[in-house]
Design a protein around this ligand. Structure first.
Ligand SMILES: Cc1cc2nc3c(=O)[nH]c(=O)nc-3n(C[C@H](O)[C@H](O)[C@H](O)COP(=O)(O)OP(=O)(O)OC[C@H]3O[C@@H](n4cnc5c(N)ncnc54)[C@H](O)[C@@H]3O)c2cc1C
Length: 385
C-alpha cells in the first residue's frame, strides 16, 4: 500500500494496516516537526477514541485527555447546558490533533516502518490498473513504488484528487461568508465544558486543550487578515460575546493565532480504480460540528478493513463499496456541520429574519429533549457502520 499524507487519516490507516500485517509506505511532503505542531482539531468522538485504543496508541490520551459529558449553548444572555452523556450515553474526549499525530508517528517510527517526511514531486500513475504506482523524490533521489492500492490521505490541497481524470469525480461545495479567528492561550480554561455562543457581534467558541491551555475562537470574515487582530482586540471580542453575569473569562498570553475560512465540500465517489481518497482529500466540513478529524478517522477505519480483505484474503468486494459506505457517514456529518454553522453565526448583513430563526432553533434545542438528543447524538458521533 502507498499512503500519501501523514495527517490523522494517513497515519491511522498505516497503523491499522500494520496491525493486520499489511505493508505500507507513508509519504509526507512536510517535515516531522511541522506535522507535529500543526494546530487544528481537538474534539474526539468515542469511535475515534476506541480505534486509537485498539491500535495501541492511546497511552498518553488515556492518561491526560479530558472527558466531557456535554456542551453549553449561550444565546440571548443565558447559558444552557446540553447534557450529551445523559441523553445519548456517550461523551466526547478533548485531546489535540497534534497529540494524536505525535503518538501515531512515534508508534510507526519505533516499529521501524517506512514513513518518509519532506518528500517532493509525488505523482500517481496507472490507478485504473491493479498495480498502480507512485513516483516521488526523497533525500535527493527519485523513487517509484508499485503497490496494490494508493490511499490519497493528502488533505484538501493534495495531489491525489486532482490527478484523477476529468469527469471521474463530481464535486459538491458550499462557501460561507464566515471564518474563525482561533487562538491558543496559555491560561487555565474558564469553563468546565465547551461554550458555543450566539451573539449580535458574531459567534464565539470557548474550547480547551489541557488544564493550562485554552483554545478560543471568534467569528470573522472568511478572508479576514489576522494582522487586523492584535491580542487586545481578540480578548475584547471574546469578553463581549461570552459575557455572563457572575462568570469571568480569564485571559493569558496568546501563543498562536490564525484565521480559517469555512467551506463544505464533498467529492463523489471517494475512489477511482485503485486510488482511494480519505479525510480532507475527499471532504471538508466547517469546524462548528467538530467533525473533520473524526470523519478522517472513520473513513480510514472503513478503508483499512477493505484493504486488509484485499491484501490478506485477495477479496476486493469490500473495496468496491468503500465510497458508498463512507459517504453515508460523510453526508450526515456535512448536514450536521452546516446546520450548527447556520444556527450559530451572525449573517454578514445581520438579517433580522434569520436571527429570529436562529434564536427559535436555539430555544428549541435547549428546551426539548427530542431536539437536544438529536443535536447530542450527532455531536458525540453516530455509531460507525
Ligand atoms: C486551520 C484548521 C483548523 C481546523 N480546526 C478544526 C477543528 O477545530 N475541529 C475539527 O474537527 N476539525 C478541524 N479542522 C479539520 C481537521 O483538522 C481535518 O479534518 C483533519 O486534519 C483531516 O485529516 P487528514 O489526515 O484527512 O488531512 P490533513 O490533516 O490535512 O493531512 C494531510 C497530509 O498530507 C500532506 N500532503 C499534502 N500534499 C501532499 C503531497 N503532495 N505529498 C505528500 N504529502 C502531502 C500534508 O502535509 C498533511 O500532512 C481544521 C482544519 C484546519 C486546516
Amino acid at each position: 500500500m502507498a499512503i500519501v499524507g501523514a495527517g490523522p487519516a494517513g497515519l491511522t490507516l498505516a497503523q491499522l494496516l500494520h496491525a493486520h500485517g499489511v505493508e505500507s509506505v507513508v509519504l509526507e511532503a512536510r517535515s516531522r516537526d511541522y506535522v507535529e505542531r500543526r494546530l487544528r482539531a481537538g474534539v474526539l468522538e468515542q469511535g475515534t477514541v476506541d480505534l486509537l485504543r485498539e491500535l495501541g496508541v492511546s497511552a498518553r490520551m488515556d492518561a491526560e485527555a479530558i472527558e466531557h459529558g456535554g456542551i453549553h449553548l449561550q444565546f440571548a444572555g443565558d447559558r444552557h447546558h446540553v447534557p450529551m452523556r445523559e441523553l445519548t450515553g456517550r461523551g466526547i474526549t478533548i485531546w489535540g490533533q497534534t497529540e494524536v499525530v505525535k503518538d501515531l508517528i512515534a508508534a510507526r517510527l519505533e516499529a521501524g516502518l517506512p514513513l518518509h517526511f519532506e518528500v517532493q514531486d509525488v505523482t500517481v500513475h496507472d490507478v485504473e490498473s491493479e498495480r498502480p504506482r507512485v513516483r516521488y523524490r526523497h533525500a535527493g533521489a527519485d523513487h517509484e513504488l508499485e503497490c496494490d492500492a494508493i490511499a490519497g490521505c493528502d488533505g484538501s490541497h493534495g495531489v491525489c484528487r486532482p490527478s484523477l481524470p476529468a469527469g471521474a469525480l463530481r464535486e459538491f461545495s458550499r462557501e460561507y461568508p464566515y471564518g474563525w479567528l482561533g487562538i491558543l492561550a496559555e491560561v487555565e480554561p474558564s469553563i468546565d465544558e465547551l461554550v458555543y455562543a450566539h451573539h449580535a457581534r458574531g459567534f464565539a467558541l470557548l474550547s480547551l486543550r489541557s488544564p493550562t491551555l485554552s483554545r478560543y475562537y471568534v467569528q470573522v470574515a472568511h478572508d479576514e487578515d489576522v494582522a487586523n487582530w492584535p491580542d487586545e482586540r481578540i480578548w475584547e471580542e471574546l469578553q463581549a460575546r461570552t459575557a455572563l453575569a457572575g462568570w469571568t473569562l480569564r485571559e493569558g498570553p496568546i501563543l498562536e493565532k490564525g484565521v480559517t475560512g469555512m467551506r463544505s465540500f464533498v467529492v463523489e465517489p471517494m475512489q477511482h480504480g485503485r486510488l482511494f481518497l480519505a479525510g480532507d482529500a475527499a471532504h471538508i466540513v466547517p469546524p462548528t460540528g467538530a467533525k473533520g478529524l473524526n470523519l478522517a478517522i472513520s473513513d480510514v477505519a472503513i478503508l483499512g478493513e477493505a484493504l486488509v480483505a484485499l491484501c490478506r484474503d485477495g477479496d476486493a468486494t469490500a473495496l468496491t463499496s468503500y465510497s458508498a459506505r463512507a459517504l453515508r457517514r460523510v453526508w450526515r456529518a456535512e448536514h450536521f456541520s452546516w446546520w450548527m454553522t447556520s444556527m450559530l453565526h451572525r449573517p454578514p448583513d445581520g438579517d433580522p429574519f434569520e436571527e429570529r430563526l436562529q434564536l427559535a432553533q436555539l430555544r428549541y434545542v435547549t428546551s426539548s429533549d427530542a431536539a437536544a438528543t438529536s443535536l447530542a447524538e450527532n455531536y458525540v458521533g453516530l455509531p460507525w457502520g
